[in-house]
Design a protein around this ligand. Structure first.
Ligand SMILES: *Cc1c(COP(=O)(O)O)cnc(C)c1O
Length: 413
């Protein structure tokens, strides 16, 4: 693939071997090398094919609901007393989060490669629901791997997937959550690689996934640029997004990487605080290692064993971060912060109360940082939060937490 020959310098990452500097690469069993090469070649051709891009644009518009709005959060802005706070409304997309951008792109690619069967992993269920939806739409056979613990926690999403025709397979290994679901999906892929495409759900894994998933989400940033220029006549001072694997963040940031006036900040899950096993903030104590196909920052012990992670939001609860984030962090182009569960629960209620928007717990991490940061900024400055998803999926969990801590839950009367 000649990605490094692209005239725009931002496209020189990853290089021809799938590396963003020292991060990324292809760390998979021999049996998957051919599949990844085939996928890389198919994607390189699709990326340059105007017909493929036009069809994707049409489905993004008619099926997913793009473009998403840019919304001035007036009451939160007043509450903060500093910078103007805008939301990029990915929460308004079909199936409730940004995940559909990538699921649509990869489903079209599967069809282009002549693969009739799709597999995917899912944690909270958002990526599984997006994948089930596009498979139903395109008539593809769909199997979703999900940790048994997550299936119990997200029973409603399991039902949604099944309603749309997906087979949901529970994974009983290890912690019975996302990491094990990815391993099981990779095992399936090794066995059925001829008929099957694996739709990975974040900017993670072996090359070409981190690049490809990023590209399918770049529409967030390109729309954002146009919308803020139309509305304010200038670029924002800062853009903030939560970072699980890193797909919604890199999708929002990519367009601005070569705009030095725009500060970019990713927000990780601080969980119960930065103590071993209590969080999922890979840049707070993570170390260079290899997990599930790529080299990046990973929460691991001195023997290289993966640490347990924790976050109130299942979508951010993963031990590794996308390799492109590690690269831009080293180059100090993207800054990183974290928000704790407690801060997130408070901001979740505040946003609902002041804006009439219930944000996903994942997205609320970005909001916590934005509220903190806006206070330090001037009223004529602009801060944009990428609101990656809506919180309907989280209300039961939050209600249970608030009920258990009743008396402290001041926001809900
Ligand atoms: C899955 C998910 C995330 C985390 O994934 P990224 O790849 O880091 O974007 C964030 N927000 C929402 C709403 C999600 O569903």
């Amino acid at each position: 693939m000649s990605v490094s020959a692209h005239p725009d310098p931002r496209f020189q990452q990853p290089d021809a071997t799938g590396h963003f500097g020292r991060y990324g690469g292809v760390f998979v069993p021999e049996t998957l090398m051919t599949a990844l090469q085939e996928l890389g070649a198919a994607y390189a051709s699709a990326r340059q094919d105007p017909a493929f891009q036009a069809e994707l644009r049409q489905h993004l518009q008619e099926f997913a609901g793009r473009p998403t709005g840019l919304y001035l959060a007036e009451r939160l802005t007043r509450h903060g007393g500093g910078a103007k706070i805008y939301f990029k409304r990915e929460d308004l997309l079909h199936t409730g989060a940004h995940k559909i951008n990538n699921a649509l792109g990869q489903a079209l690619l599967a069809r282009r490669m002549g693969k009739q069967r799709v597999i995917a992993e899912t944690g909270a269920g958002q990526h599984g629901v997006a994948t089930a939806a596009v498979c139903a739409k395109f008539g593809l056979d769909c199997t979703v791997y999900m940790g048994a613990v997550d299936m119990e926690r997200q029973a409603l999403n399991v039902f949604r997937m099944r309603l749309m025709g997906a087979k949901v397979v529970g994974v009983e290994a290890g912690q019975k959550t996302l990491k094990e679901a990815i391993s099981e999906a990779m095992r399936d892929w090794v066995t059925n690689v001829r008929s099957t495409h694996y739709i990975l759900g974040s900017a993670l894994g072996a090359h070409p996934y981190p690049m490809m998933v990023r590209d399918f989400h770049r529409v967030i940033g390109t729309e954002l640029r146009e919308q803020i220029l139309a509305r304010e006549g200038r670029l924002p001072d800062e853009i903030v997004a939560c970072v699980g694997g890193g797909s919604n963040a890199i999708g929002a940031f990519f367009e601005f990487l070569d705009e030095p006036s725009v500060r970019l900040t990713g927000v990780e899950a601080g969980g119960r605080g930065i103590r071993r096993g209590d969080h999922a903030a890979r840049f707070e104590g993570g170390k260079l290692g290899v997990l599930q196909g790529c080299q990046t920052y990973i929460l691991q012990n001195d023997d290289g064993q993966i640490e347990l992670t924790h976050s109130v939001s299942a979508g951010l609860d993963y031990a590794a971060i996308g390799p492109e984030h590690a690269y831009y962090r080293d180059r100090q182009r993207i800054g990183y912060a974290y928000a704790t569960d407690e801060e997130v629960l408070e901001a979740f209620q505040l946003c609902s109360l002041l804006e009439g928007i219930i944000p996903a717990l994942e997205s609320t991490h970005a909001l916590v940082y934005a509220l903190r940061r806006a206070k330090e900024m001037a009223p004529d400055q602009i801060l944009v939060v990428n609101l990656s998803g809506r919180g309907d999926k989280d209300v039961q969990q939050v209600a249970a937490i608030l009920a258990a801590t009743k008396g402290q839950a001041g926001g809900i009367k």
